[in-house]
Design a binder for this molecule. Structure first.
Ligand code: KG4
Ligand code: ZN
Length: 357
């Protein structure tokens, strides 16, 4: 089965054509073509994503990208219909409706966070890497997923395939947003996550130590919820009126990453204990962060050696259409028929599952 997928939930316009087949209990994916146009440089001027600018750019970019796919056949068209910036999502949804109608194939709506989750469980097939082959197999349920992006921060449990419960989430800002805002306070460019990571790495390499200390919010709350607005405000107040040298900025970035790392290690420990998950996976743009990957890897090997830790390939941690295609393919090949019609809507606050305590 071949799916043409479209992603426009934030500031990346993505189209991908991915084929999959089910072999026993495994799904084998082959990416035929994947294209991505990032608007990050444009939004950098505003220090964040500006929704109407994103919408205009998607409108301009979709036909340009689609030209490269126009002659390639597919069995269905998949599209992100939420969550994300609603004006941006609508561009993808309306475009996908037209393409599906023109091709006379079903239209499959995909939840963006489910796309991050499922694609993060998929593993690269090293035997055939020139063909971009990857597989989804041997996943032991329950799965605990930590989804960390610019708009979301949530702990999700999958007890049965494609059935999700949210057991913890941010009460205010997403962690990616905190990275972006703190980066801005330090005068670093958007998107701030990779910049903070670069600065913090330099500090750790020379064993720097920040004189400014930041709080570890909600560490002892007893729930799997997190909060980052207090951390952001603490960063703002502690930097006010100060002129930091580059080394001091690096040390501050490392202190910020350490605070975020401490929070996620404690909350992940709690989530793993309360769910008895057999697989732990992280997904979303912030899952590219080297320091967080290492801290969580350490937690799993020290305290949960029986849990399998899966990490997404770096090429697909940020928003892209391959993850949307993989999610739609895994669902379709599992008999989850989600086909939508021309009334499909973009839903900015679409959730992946019910929140449970
Ligand atoms: O999933 P994503 O591409 O878009 C959303 O769905 O929001 O995530 C974007 C977020 C941004 O906040 C960006 O700063 C952050 O992911 N990010 C990182 C890194 N790379 C991207 N944060 C920390 N470390 C990174 N290496
Ligand atoms: Zn995302």
């Amino acid at each position: 089965m071949k799916i043409l997928a479209i992603e426009t939930s934030c500031d990346e316009t993505g189209i991908a054509l991915v084929e999959a087949k089910k072999v026993g209990d495994s799904f084998v994916f082959k990416t035929h073509k994947a294209m991505l146009l990032s608007q990050a440089a444009l939004h950098a001027e505003y220090g964040g994503v500006y929704p109407n600018l994103a919408k205009r750019e998607h409108e301009k970019n979709l036909p340009i990208l689609y030209r490269e796919f126009a002659d390639l056949a597919c069995d269905a068209v998949a599209v992100t219909h939420g969550p994300g910036l609603e004006p941006a999502l609508w561009q993808g949804v309306e475009f996908a409706k037209r393409v599906a109608a023109e091709r006379g194939v079903p239209l499959l709506p995909v939840n963006h966070m489910e796309g991050h989750l499922i694609s993060s469980l998929v593993q690269k097939e090293h035997t055939n890497k020139l063909e971009f082959v990857s597989v989804l197999q041997n996943v032991q349920l329950p799965v605990l997923a930590l989804l960390i992006s610019g708009g979301h921060t949530e702990f999700v449990v999958m007890n049965e395939w494609f059935n999700y419960r949210v057991i913890g989430q941010t009460l205010d800002d997403a962690v990616g947003e905190a990275y972006d805002k703190v980066a801005r306070m330090l005068g670093l460019s958007y998107p701030g996550g990779p910049e903070i990571s670069k600065f913090a790495t330099r500090s750790r390499e020379r064993q720097g130590e920040s004189t400014i200390k930041l709080p570890r919010p909600m560490l002892q709350s007893g729930t799997c919820d997190v909060s980052f607005s207090g951390l952001k405000t603490a960063a703002l107040y502690s930097l006010r009126g100060l002129e930091l040298s580059d080394e001091q900025k690096e040390d501050f970035a490392a202190e910020f990453e350490e605070a975020v790392g401490d929070v996620f290690v404690q909350k992940t420990r709690q989530a793993l204990e309360s769910t008895a998950a057999q697989t732990f996976v992280i997904g979303g743009g912030v899952a590219a962060n080297t320091y967080l990957r290492e801290r969580l890897q350490q937690l799993i090997s020290d305290e949960f050696p029986d849990v399998e830790f899966r990490l997404p390939e770096l090429a697909i941690t940020g928003d892209n259409a391959i993850m949307i295609a993989q999610c739609a393919l895994a669902r379709a090949l599992s008999g989850k028929n989600d086909a939508a019609d021309s009334t499909l809507r973009a839903v900015g606050n679409l959730s992946i599952g019910q929140k449970v305590l």
